[in-house]
Design a protein around this ligand. Sequence first.
Ligand SMILES: Nc1ncnc2c1ncn2[C@@H]1O[C@H](COP(=O)(O)OP(=O)(O)OP(=O)(O)O)[C@@H](O)[C@H]1O
Length: 344
Amino acid sequence: MSMIETFSLNKTFRQAIKDPGLKGSIKHFFTQQYRDKTAVNGIDLKIEEGESVAYVGPNGAGKSTTIKMLSGILVPTSGTLRVNGLVPHEDRIRHAKQIGVVFGQRTQLWWDLPVRESFSLLKDIYEIPDPLYKKNMDRFNDLLGLHEFSDLPARKISLGQRMRADLAAALLHNPPLVFLDEPTIGLDIAVKSRIREFVKNINQKEGSTILLTTHDLEDIKDICRRLVIIDKGRIIYDGTLEKITDAFAQERTLHFQVREPVSSISGIIANLPGVTADQVNELSFSVKFNRFQYSAGEIASKIITSADVIDFRIDEPSIDQIIRKLYNGELILQEEQPSEAIRS
Ligand SMILES: Nc1ncnc2c1ncn2[C@@H]1O[C@H](COP(=O)(O)OP(=O)(O)OP(=O)(O)O)[C@@H](O)[C@H]1O
């Protein structure tokens, strides 16, 4: 049985059409015009137990709406979904016990209570047995350093501390499935890396299934093996990060620095079809090539035998640039690209 299975999942919202300002609100009160906004449009998604999946897409793509349906907060307009054997919105209480949810923008801690009191309230709410509670608190203390701030009320702790506490709060009851909605938003590099390590730990050591939405592509590289890209409510890619890199990161650039000016770079690369060169200044130039056509070693040795090279480095398009181009419609995923999982 899959951990998550959706078929033709749709969610349409009714949005009010109104002009801005008070005048618009008064007019809307009398005329009441609405339009339908399809936020999620025919999502078929299967996630197996123990997978770690990044669910990414531009703003407004439908990520949060999907997570809200999967966590039972929203009822789908049509289609079916099953999460660990339950239909989330039909069985909300039982479902809540089998998931952990972290929203980077919101906290589930009690604002005025010391953080440790929030944990103890959650222990009662989820009916967590004493030994499990103690085991998890010890583990989370080790991994997330909760003791540094657990006597303080949630309103007094920093954003990074709040996120560490929220992660612990969401996982105290050992849920087999964890939804993380932007868990590293606004955090510094050190806290981000601590959180990524923690999430990897619960996925790899505890076997928890992870569904992560993020705009920080470093999160994906670190945590997830599978990437699902959604745009305008539809899945446009479902596969590994490597496959998308293979499809689009074909171009490599070698940058060279030389001791003496080179008279003709185009002459040096003349018998390498498809390779292009750019003179940066008298003593440096770059050479672009397709990595499926040539190896970096081939290109470098060709240049080194013809020029007095003192240094060189290689650049490849970052996954960040590739995914941003996909969002902007500058790259189109096509059937013939080397990815079996690409959807039209
Ligand atoms: N309660 C709602 N009522 C009306 N429209 C909504 C509601 N919730 C979401 N939408 C609309 O549905 C679309 C998808 O929103 P959603 O929040 O799922 O996107 P997202 O991918 O999570 O975006 P972001 O990265 O900005 O958080 C948007 O156009 C949004 O305006």
